[in-house]
Design a protein around this ligand. Structure first.
Ligand code: NAP
Ligand code: ZN
Ligand code: ZN
Length: 352
């Protein structure tokens, strides 16, 4: 077994604190990764607070992992010690169902294995995530990290990047598309950068006046304060596509009315209470309300390579692991610019 130090939530009501556990010895197709950086996703907060239910504790969150290979099982072909690699939200899937065969492991019909708060398919032990010193992952779920990008700022691409890239690709966003991004946090700022890079006209919706200038710098053509009814009305029935990244309950109808005929609004956020949708907001204009879930492994590699070609990374604030509970409080106040990334070297201060 491989000793790992980490920060974990002991239960759904307690703050995160130091926790020691064991990783498995590498199986033939496993890669052992020393974790250098881990992004902080709002899903980590939902999960450590057990807002989605069925959480197992202690829980080590973290699914935006960048690290260095330190060992590999004898069947590993793609990776070798010393290489910089990434791990996102999934560490395994059935690999046989139609979705897995199509490279859509996130929709595995038997359920994908999450990087944390899930169970290993072979031995049933709980999976533990990236707020830790080391992780062991099958090479099929490990990504190559391009060498021209800042590794700490790449970490958020492993969830926030792919979760926004995948729907923008699926709904064929490009030059001529008018795209709205709702919420300027971790996912929102990546959606903004990517939609802009795909050549779309992008309108950022925010509740935070302090983020207006940043939104323009990050690629928005227009910024709309979502509580400004007149400004919202100016955009009625004009959008091809709206990507909603908001982490808390909010009114979807106000945005549905901004879609053109046959336009689509796609939800990414997963608050614990379901939204209310007025039928009228959909049926006048044959509008569609959809959802999207992260992205498959091949598409995640495609996204990383696209970001390398276009010099796209996340705007980050690096924190020590000891600051994690405070970072969560700031995210809950929408005070994030635009992704916290944990420097895992900080673990040595109290746990290694
Ligand atoms: P985040 O960094 O905390 O950003 C969320 C943003 O939503 C905030 O910065 C804020 O933007 C806006 N917001 C927050 N509360 C609001 C409210 N009450 N009303 C209106 N706007 C509000 O979160 P994130 O990491 O981007 O994650 C966003 C959501 O996506 C979470 O629910 C997360 O679990 C989910 N998620 C889904 C997937 C997937 O595969 N579908 C993957 C990852 C995450 P402004 O300040 O600009 O208003
Ligand atoms: Zn995430
Ligand atoms: Zn499957």
């Amino acid at each position: 077994m491989i000793p790992a130090s980490s920060y974990a939530a002991p239960d759904a009501r307690a703050p995160l604190g130091p926790y020691h556990f064991q990783r498995r010895d590498p199986r033939p197709s496993d890669v052992v990764i020393q974790i250098l950086w881990c992004g902080v996703c709002h899903s980590d907060i939902h999960q450590v607070r057990d807002e989605w239910g069925r959480g197992e504790f202690p829980m080590v969150p973290g699914h935006e992992i960048v690290g260095r290979v330190i060992d590999a099982g004898h069947d590993v072909k793609k990776f070798s010690p010393g290489q910089l690699v990434g791990v996102g939200c999934m560490v395994d899937s059935c690999r046989e169902c139609p979705s897995c065969r199509e490279g859509l492991e996130q929709f595995c019909e038997k359920g994908f294995t999450g990087t944390y708060a899930s169970k290993d398919r072979q031995d049933g032990t709980p999976t533990q995530g990236g707020y830790s010193s080391v992780i062991v992952v099958d090479e099929a779920f490990v990504l190559r990290i391009p060498d021209n990008l800042e590794p700490a700022a790449v970490a958020p691409l492993l969830c926030a990047g792919i979760t926004t890239y995948s729907p923008l690709r699926h709904w064929k966003i490009g030059p001529g598309s008018k795209v709205g991004v709702v919420g300027l946090g971790g996912l929102g700022h990546m959606a903004l950068k990517l939609a802009h890079a795909f050549g779309a006209q992008v309108v950022q919706f925010t509740t935070s006046p302090s983020k207006k200038d940043d939104a323009m710098r990050l690629g928005a053509d227009i910024v709309v304060m979502s509580n400004d009814k007149a400004a919202m009305k100016e955009h009625a029935s004009t959008f091809d596509f709206i990507l909603d990244t908001v982490s808390a309950p909010h009114d979807l109808n106000a945005y549905l009315q901004l879609l053109k005929r046959d336009g689509t609004m796609t939800l990414l956020g997963l608050p614990d209470t379901p939204p209310t949708v007025h039928g009228g907001a959909l049926l006048f204009g044959r509008r569609q309300l959809a959802g999207s879930l992260i992205g498959g492994i091949a598409e995640t590699q495609e996204m990383l390579d696209f970001c390398a070609d276009h010099g796209i990374v996340s705007d980050i604030e690096v924190i020590a692991i000891q600051d994690i509970n405070q970072a969560y409080e700031r995210m809950l106040r929408s005070d994030v610019k635009y992704r916290f990334v944990i420097d895992m070297a900080s673990l040595s201060k109290d746990t290694r």
